[in-house]
Every structure is written in C-alpha cells, then in structure tokens.
Write a protein that binds this ligand. Sequence first.
Ligand SMILES: Nc1ncnc2c1ncn2[C@@H]1O[C@H](COP(=O)(O)OP(=O)(O)OP(=O)(O)O)[C@@H](O)[C@H]1O
Ligand SMILES: [Mg+2]
Length: 325
Amino acid sequence: MIRIAFFNHSGGAGKTSLVYHCAWMWAEMGRRVLAVDLDPQSNLSMMAVDTDRLEELWLGGGEARTVYGAVAPLVCGSGEARPAHIEEIGHGLGLLVGDLALARTEEAFAMEWPQCQDGSERAFRVTTALGQMMQEAAERFAADVTLVNIGPNLGAINRAALLAASHMVVPVAPDLFSLLGLRNLGPALRGWRDGWQEARRKVDRVLPAMPGGGMALVGYVLLQHAERLGRPTPWSSTWPRRIAEGYQQSVLGETGPVGSPDPNQIAVMRRYQGLRSLAMEARKPMFRLTAADGAMGVHQMSVQQCGGEYERLCREIGRRVGCAG
Ligand SMILES: Nc1ncnc2c1ncn2[C@@H]1O[C@H](COP(=O)(O)OP(=O)(O)OP(=O)(O)O)[C@@H](O)[C@H]1O
Ligand SMILES: [Mg+2]
C-alpha cells in the first residue's frame, strides 16, 4: 500500500499545496487517490471542500465525518475506532477530512508512545490508529495511492502519522528557516524509526497491519520562492546547493560531496503567484483554471506551464516509489 506523507516541520514549505495538486494530478492520470488531512489546521480540507459542506462535516456530529471523529473513540476513550467518512472531491479522488479537534489527541498519542516500549497493547492500538484508519479507507476506496498532509511540528500526532507512511517527500522552501528545519527533521526521524523498531521487537503479539515504520525517503521538492509573513524572500542561486547539502547531511545522515544533479532533488517548483488566489477562489488546482475562473491572457500560459510541472513531478515521484504511470 503506497502511502506518501509530505512533511517538513518548518511551516510554509508548500506541503499542503503539493498534496492538493499532486492528488488532483494523479487522479487525472487515472489513479485512484485518497488524500488525508492530518493537520488540525485543516488547510487541505479548506482548499478542497466548500464552506457550507465543511460546516456540515464539522458541526454535524454523530458519525465519523472527520479524521478526529474516526479515531477519537479509541484514542481519547475506551471505544473502538470507526471508519472515516470519505468525501469525494473529484473523480477517483477522496478526502479524509481534517479537523481542528484532532489537536485534542496530541496528549494521548504522546502518553502512549513510551508505553509501546513496554509492549502495552493499548499503546500500540493508539499509536497505529491513524495508520489503521488510512488503511481501511484506502481499501474501501480502492485507492492506488494515499497522500498525507501533515502539520508543521515534530509532535506526537505527526510521529504516529509518519510511522504509518510507506514513503516521505520533504517539501522545502529556499530560506534559512527551511534549512534549519532539515537539521531538526533528520535526527527526529531517525529517533522515531529506531524507537518504533525497538518497540515492535518487544511486543509479543503483533497487531494486524502494524505499520513497518519504513518512511522511505523519496527526496525533496524545492519551492522556488518562499514567502514569510506575506513577504517574498529573494531567490538566491546558493539555495539549491545549501538545501542539497542540508538534506544529505541532516536528513539522510550522509557525508561526502553532493551529486550534480542532486539525486535527492525530485523537482524545483515555480511559484505561481498570480494563479494562487484564483485557484483558492475557484476551489480548483492551479493547473485547471480557465478563463471563466479569471485565468486569462498571460495566466493561461502559466496554467499550462503549471500543469506540465505537476505532471512531471507526479511521474517522477511515481517512478521513485514504484507506482509509475
Ligand atoms: N507553487 C505554488 N505557487 C503559488 N503559491 C504557492 C505554491 N506552493 C505553495 N504556495 C503558497 O505558499 C503558501 C504556503 O504553502 P502551503 O500552505 O502549501 O505550505 P505548508 O507547508 O503546508 O504550510 P504549513 O506548514 O503552514 O501547513 C500558501 O499560501 C500557498 O498557497
Ligand atoms: Mg499545510
């Protein structure tokens, strides 16, 4: 089961935008795609679902309409997890809807993690709850690939989410903040992976579909222009090399010269400033904007360019994770 998490704990690196656009692109390429919003800020859900429908999903109550509703009975209580509602947002494209309330599970995930080391069954059930939820939904939806949107921190929810990922793509922006993010990310990932392998060795009875904690690193996607506090940070030709070195040394823990071209760089993505707000308004990917959405003249050329760029990105990630097409 291919489950790709897009993660870098420095904020604003383009994680959510990449999940959204790659999910649409893969669906257009004929794949069945499940997108999962595990960031309590729920930006992916807000990009994909209109406000009235979100209100129904968030305020409806009762069933497991969001990721929180699905796992809360188990993680925050003594019940069982429930199958999560799959919101169809496009042809062959489903979404497990994010929820601000997911933040309430942070403490439970944090408390159970050390108990895994003692082989506690409940601790394993809680720690694997997000993985089980995604697995069940992907099977029900017959998804070829699951893409996971994760919030910008190294907390316990994210640890549980990443341990359930078969692969990980690291979005990075060309700025110091992103570079520092890579320095923290590598040691955290290694610590989580080692802790999980150790805990799994100790448990007597392996629970069904226990994730392997593989998190195979696919590479990084460099956003061409960063923006902090609404200000663009200027692109400098030194960033690609600094990011390449930071990724190799800190994330992979490898020394030695960086390759040229860097094999860890999956793609450099342009920033389509003019398309961004039109796409948000139309609730569409940037590469599907039309003149009716306001993408006229020079914007139409950008739409084409953007589509080509995301198609190449998806093909390249697909090639690297072994689901080319
Ligand atoms: N290719 C792009 N072209 C134009 N704007 C983009 C592009 N990629 C991302 N953005 C914009 O950059 C900002 C940050 O992107 P995004 O929200 O995807 O980052 P993030 O890593 O998910 O952030 P957070 O850590 O806060 O969750 C957003 O305003 C988004 O619309
Ligand atoms: Mg985000």
